[in-house]
Design a binder for this molecule. Structure first.
Ligand code: OOG
Ligand code: NI
Length: 265
């Protein structure tokens, strides 16, 4: 376990940058040199013993995070929770897991073959949340996973890491609306996730979100190197609740579309 949330996020950020070159460019574009506030990150896993959502969450609970909302994604066969720290300046955390018993036996077999390659007590190691894919996967299996679940394929290729960081649009000095952020991104040549529209959510649900389509990076499969979708950047604008505080949760219908930012298209 990391000693502080700061050291954990710093490690996740460095690992993310290595396969997401767009992130630094987007920082420059949106921050214009000023600091960017990270609204949240997200991690993924499979619901297998010892490496499920709870195993990932324990690293955040250990540094003071608390479990908050629950979300179900029936079609994608995912379950998720989000976590918040009492220090509201720290990013929120969104963790999901693929519900393997709802997937085909072929998919389950491939995933169990990958997970069996993890060292003993892998999830208890301090570095686990940024340990990447500590398994070897064939491109053939990767493609087979993708045909059934883009999420499973992404996990096979990338493993444990933040799949995105999120610019808090509320904190940007130079932009007010998510529309204006999206326009700046498109003008600079970034491809946005258009599933369900460029903007997911609305002021009525207290959260508007958009995201880039994931960058592409090389993965060493057992049968050769292949360039596949890596990680993406998200943009979130939160609205105030009746009590005046900004909404801190997520919106399942919007999250459902954000997952598709790592699709092969
Ligand atoms: C998480 C997708 C959901 C959000 O902000 O709603 C999400 C993922 O892609 O793993 O990040
Ligand atoms: Ni997100």
């Amino acid at each position: 376990m990391h000693q502080t949330p700061e050291s954990l996020f710093a490690a996740l950020w460095q690992q993310y940058l290595a396969v997401t070159p767009s992130a630094e460019k987007i920082h420059t574009l949106l921050g214009k040199g000023a600091e960017i506030i990270n609204d949240h990150i997200a991690l993924r896993t499979f619901n297998l013993p010892g490496i499920g959502l709870d195993a990932l969450a324990s690293h955040f609970l250990a540094v003071g995070y608390e479990a908050k909302g629950e979300y179900n994604f029936e079609q994608k066969k995912l379950y998720a929770r989000h976590f918040e720290h009492p220090n509201s300046e720290l990013p929120k955390v969104f963790i999901s897991e693929l519900l393997l018993e709802q997937c085909s036996t072929e998919l389950q077999k491939i995933v169990k073959g990958l997970v069996s390659q993890l060292p003993d007590n892998a999830a208890e190691q301090k570095e686990f949340l940024h340990s990447g894919a500590q398994w070897r996967c064939s491109n053939q299996d990767y493609q087979a996973l993708a045909a059934e679940s883009e999420y499973a394929a992404w996990m096979a290729a990338w493993g444990y890491r933040a799949n995105h960081f999120t610019v808090s649009v509320n904190h940007l000095a130079e932009f007010e609306t998510l529309e204006s952020v999206n326009e700046a991104l498109k003008t600079a040549g970034f491809a946005l996730n258009t599933s369900g529209g460029e903007i997911k959510g609305s002021p009525e649900v207290l959260l508007e979100q958009s995201s880039t389509m994931a960058d592409r990076a090389e993965v060493e499969f057992t049968d050769g190197v292949q360039v596949v979708p890596s990680c993406f950047y998200e943009f979130a604008r939160r609205y105030a609740m009746p009590d005046g505080n900004l909404y801190t949760g997520f919106v399942a219908a919007s999250a459902d579309k954000i997952f598709e930012s790592t699709d092969m298209r």
